[in-house]
Every structure is written in C-alpha cells, then in structure tokens.
Design a binder for this molecule. Structure first.
Ligand code: UDP
Length: 222
C-alpha cells in the first residue's frame, strides 16, 4: 500500500493501535512511550505487525517524503460490531441480552478506555485534514478508564439482564491497564471525544437488540 501511495501520490493513513504499547509501564500512554511488548507471545503477531507497519510508514516518509498519518486507535466500540467479534463490549452485550453468563477474563480489575465509534471517525477525518508536517503517531481514544468488572456490571444494569458474572482465565500477555493521553490530538487538530460511555453503550445495546431480535425471527421463519 505504501508503494501504491508513493506511485499515485496519495496521502495514506495507518490505522495503528494502542497495542503498540503492549502491557504499558507508563500510564496514561503518551505517543513518545516506546511500549512494553513481548516479541514472541500469542499477541505478538498483532502488536509487532502494527509496530513494523509504523516503522515502514516512517521509512517511506523519510525516504520519499510520503504524506503519512499514523493514528494509534484505542479500544473502540459501537453499532455494527459483529456479534461474534470476540471483543469485550460486543461479548458482554450479547451475553447480557441472552441472559447468558458474562465472561470476565481474570479478576476483572484490569482496565480499558472505550471510545465510541463516531468520535473515532471524527478524529480520523480531522487527522487526515491536517497539514503535511503532521504525521503522528497520534493517540485516538477516550481517556475515560473503566475496569472490566465495572463494564460488565454497567451492561447488566443497562440491559436489566439476569446474567451472572463468571470468571475465566486471563489470556497470556493481556495488558493490565490502558488509557490514552490525547493531548496531542487535542493540540494538533482540536479533537476530543464527546460521547459518554453510558450514551455509547445505550446505542450499541439498541443495535444488538434489533440485530438479535431480527436474527431470532429469521431463524423462526426458516
Ligand atoms: N475480555 C473479557 N471477556 C470477554 C472478552 C474480553 O474479560 O468476553 C477482556 C480481555 O481479557 C481484555 C479486555 O476485556 O482484558 C478487552 O478485551 P478486547 O479483546 O475487547 O480488547 P483488547 O484486549 O485488545 O484491549
């Protein structure tokens, strides 16, 4: 893609990730933190793949002056996630709506910061509109930080579900904490998220209610 962008003189965005920080020893994470990534673990192909992609973007910038933009995207959620996506927000909402057990991995005290999709898209569009000298990497995420257990309880409360919380093993190298410092995005292109977790979850729960209701109907009809 970098070769193609160079040939057709296109601006190119890398949708990078907070995973480049690994299990971070610096909290909240700023863009100048180099991260704490296991190079040989089960998550490494994703983390190191994204880190390598950032390297290539900056090599193309240095060698060919390619107009690059690198966004480090933190946990994002919203309507149109796939119900079997496997990520925490979609898993918990689908489980809650079906009154199934909510699968908290580990003790649930580890944290994530959840950004609503509309806020993220706004950030990406603003980043793409910045001048040539703005390359990033720039964090895009919502600094509101929650434990996974808090997220589970919030979703149970909002759905009125009878689901119980159960605990399952924490995946290897699962980061213990994650929260973006978004000062750079705010200074460079005036961005900060506007959708509170409760509002974003309400929309996302509504989406999954319609989706699951629809699919149950479709199964019944078939
Ligand atoms: N998680 C969980 N139950 C699930 C799915 C995920 O407890 O059913 C945890 C997971 O271990 C991680 C957090 O929720 O600590 C966020 O997981 P996700 O896969 O959504 O994103 P990432 O790990 O990439 O931040």
């Amino acid at each position: 893609m970098l070769g193609l962008a160079k040939r057709v003189k296109a601006k190119i965005l890398q949708a990078s990730t907070s995973e480049v920080y690994g299990d971070p020893a610096v909290h909240p994470q700023t863009e100048d933190y180099w991260g704490n990534v296991n190079p040989i673990g089960p998550r490494s192909c994703y983390d190191e793949g994204k880190r390598c992609a950032e390297t290539l973007f900056f090599d193309y910038r240095r060698q060919h002056n390619l107009p690059i933009k690198v966004a480090r995207i933190f946990n994002t959620y919203g309507p149109r996630m796939h119900p079997s996506d496997g990520r925490v927000v979609s898993n918990f909402i689908v489980q809650a709506l079906k009154n199934q057990d909510i699968t908290v991995y580990g003790d649930g005290t580890h944290t994530r910061s959840f950004c609503y999709v509309d806020d993220l898209v706004d950030g990406l569009i603003r980043l793409m509109g910045t001048p040539h000298d703005v390359t990033g990497p720039v964090n895009l995420g919502n600094p509101g930080e929650f434990t996974i257990r808090e997220l589970a309880q919030t979703i149970i409360d909002m759905t009125g579900s009878s689901s119980r919380i159960i605990h399952m093993p924490l995946p290897t190298d699962d980061p213990k904490q994650r929260r973006p410092d978004i000062s750079a995005a705010n200074e460079l292109f005036g961005w900060k998220p506007t959708v509170a977790l409760s509002d974003g979850l309400r929309n996302t729960i509504g989406y999954f209610e319609r989706l699951l209701g629809g699919s149950q109907l479709a199964t019944h009809d078939a």
